[in-house]
Design a protein. Structure first.
Length: 367
């Protein structure tokens, strides 16, 4: 004789010789089982999810119809499960059963196909953080300053703003590629370029840019930074190579503006915008530096000589003007003579007495 007690919160699963025979309610049950072919499994309804290797057999008998929620999820279906008003977990395709006698179980079946690849729900944050979410959802975050370019099976779908997103697994091949929209800098360094007059320069430039069309930036080229580097390099060579060294050095700002305009036109198709582009360093060969230093030194010497000659000419012109002025004005000439005598008297013991007319001339002659 087999005796089995089923508690009030339990349900008994009755099997005989491996075949399911029905459910046993709370109470004590006796079975005449001389051959030991009877098995009784007591399962708790306090944990509402009924997990059993023979669940399909139990469901087919129909005994769970009024006692449990039975779910048979197809390949394009998922289920969201709340227990006692709190979200519990997400179910992938399969067969499931939940007791409803002791716990409040609510199930929401959602479609998960190619048309609904992105998961959206008012309780998104709670659902994505749940224990079993990673079995059926891929969660991706797009940070501030970025956008996410969404591709499904290799096809562009949309560009998403910063935020958190989730997509159903095993439905389609999904890729959400983050693209930074903030300004970035790119060094165009070590460019050896020959000018029109056959002088080899080493130039370093810097480009400040930002992405304006994330889809273009991803789909036009496999590496947008490398593409920008290449376009800037080619434009730099073309513009500098068409100028002679003196012209280039004398008007670097114009060269930089022309370079910026050229590169901006070329990279628009890449989904980029040029913020600024400038030539940072110009490095001349050693012998060219010495030559330019000599030229500069000669120019400075010539300028100094020219200034000295101008000053001498100005001084002589001033003396000529003074002489003409004194020649035509005897009184002014006499005052000039007295100034000279005063200077002489300061540096000697000479005493001069001016009296009769012509005395000053005689004193001057004596001196």
């Amino acid at each position: 004789m087999l005796t089995k007690k089923i508690r009030k919160y339990e349900v008994g699963l009755h099997f005989r010789d491996g075949e399911f025979r029905g459910l046993l309610d709370a109470g004590r049950h006796w079975f005449f089982d001389p051959l030991r072919k009877v098995q009784v499994e007591a399962v708790s309804q306090r944990s509402p999810w009924l997990v059993h290797e023979k669940l399909d057999v139990i469901v087919k008998t129909g005994v769970l119809k009024d006692r449990a929620i039975v779910l048979d999820l197809k390949d394009n279906q998922r289920a969201l499960v709340w227990i006692d008003g709190r979200f519990s977990h997400i179910l992938p395709p399969g067969l499931y059963a939940y007791w409803t006698a002791f716990r409040d179980v609510v199930v929401q079946v959602v479609e998960a196909d190619a048309q609904n690849i992105r998961f959206k729900h008012k309780d998104y944050q709670v659902i994505v953080r749940s224990a079993m979410a990673d079995r059926v959802l891929d969660a991706v975050a797009v940070e501030q300053g970025q956008v996410g370019v969404l591709f499904q099976d290799g096809n562009y779908v949309e560009t998403l703003p910063p935020g958190k997103y989730a997509f159903w697994k095993n439905v389609a091949k999904v890729a959400l590629v983050p693209v930074d929209l903030r300004e970035a800098m790119l060094d165009i360094g070590g460019q050896e370029i020959m000018t029109a007059d056959k002088v080899t320069l080493r130039l370093n430039a810097v480009v400040t840019f930002r992405v304006t069309d994330a889809h273009k930036a991803l789909s036009t080229t496999d590496d947008v930074r490398q593409a920008l580097y290449r376009e800037s390099q080619l434009a730099l060579r073309a513009i500098v190579g068409s100028r002679e060294l003196d012209h280039f050095l004398a008007d670097k700002d114009t060269v930089a503006k022309e370079l910026e305009t050229t590169v901006r036109q070329r990279v628009t198709a890449l989904g980029l915008e040029i913020v600024s582009l400038g030539i940072r360093d110009v490095i001349l060969p050693g012998e060219m530096k010495d030559l330019m230093n000599k030229v500069t030194e000669a120019k400075k010497a010539a300028e100094a000589n020219l200034i000295s000659r101008r000053e001498e000419t100005a001084a002589m012109r001033s003396q000529v003007n003074t002489a003409k002025l004194l020649e035509g004005n005897p009184t002014l000439m006499r005052l000039r003579e007295l100034e000279v005598l005063e200077k002489v008297a300061v540096n000697s013991k000479l005493n001069v007495l001016l009296g009769e007319k012509g005395l000053a001339e005689r004193v001057v002659n004596l001196l």
